[in-house]
Write a protein that binds this ligand. Sequence first.
Ligand code: ADP
Ligand code: MG
Length: 343
Amino acid sequence: MKRTDLAELGEFGLIERIKSKVTTSQPSTVYGIGDDAAVIDSGSHYTLISTDMLLEGIHFDLSYTPLRHLGYKSIAVNVSDIAAMNGIPKQVTVSIGLSNRFSVEAIDELYEGILSACKNYNIDLVGGDTTSSQSGLVISVTAIGEVAKEAVAYRKGAKANDVLCVTGDLGAAYFGLQILEREKQVFLENPNMKPDLIEHEYLVGRQLKPEGRTDVIHELKEKNVVPTSMIDVSDGLASEILHLSQHSGCGFSVFVDNLPIENKTLLMANEFKMSPITAVVNGGEDYELLMTISQQDYELVKSIPEITPIGFVTNEKNNILVTNSGEHVPITAQGWNHLTTQK
Ligand code: ADP
Ligand code: MG
């Protein structure tokens, strides 16, 4: 039998392949594989279900990740996926795989972070699973959320002339990771060197302790605005724009000048001799929301300070970045592919 390398398919190709073998038969399954969360008809509303697994050595490095932060982040990234459907998370289950390497106190610390996030987002922890692991710490979280039926936002639904908007700022988490990796190397070479992270609190914080943007979901609801499409920015702007483009069957023009980038990110890009735009487009883990909003509704949300317009939807097939000088650069990056390159 033919043997195909996983790397040939890539992460998204593999998910597509699994999806192609799946048919759903329950009338309550409104939307299965393919969006930020599954959508289940619960009668009065839709239930949203999203799951994410974090693996030591792939998604986090315990030499610079405090367990409390890791616990917080494992909840926040799932909150982000529920928010990306325009929903509010209500419950989570948390499963862990661990070895003797961890003390009871270490696991207490992990759960301090988990419970602090649950409190912050008003989520109940309602179950999970505990197993042993030979390959480091594994944390798998499933989040369950709710959204009014008429308010659900998918990756599909963007229409020509809609305004493309993003919450918060982009690229900071990428540089947070670069700083942590740099300080780790310095420490490995000279264990007497103390990492100087306070100075980079914002960038490092964006990497270690991201937030899901339920605040923006509440604000959209207050304005009675439902995005025509939405996704969370976990793999970099390019990857997410391509997802919206594929699902919605339209193109995007994004203005480089409009991208929300913090001054601290710009300064750090300079220090790393890297373009901040590359970090925004191909970085990841910002956990902001990328959405399209109809021109009419845009009038209602433009006063929300967390939301920045960065481009618009076109009838074209291609997706382009428009630079300050008016140059058109195709958006082609596929985000971070864990199956070919590890973070
Ligand atoms: P996100 O980055 O928003 O968490 P993913 O790229 O991980 O989204 O997943 C995209 C879609 O594919 C989701 O609907 C997810 O549930 C589904 N998916 C991912 N892996 C699998 C799998 N092994 N089996 C079934 N569905 C999967
Ligand atoms: Mg997502």
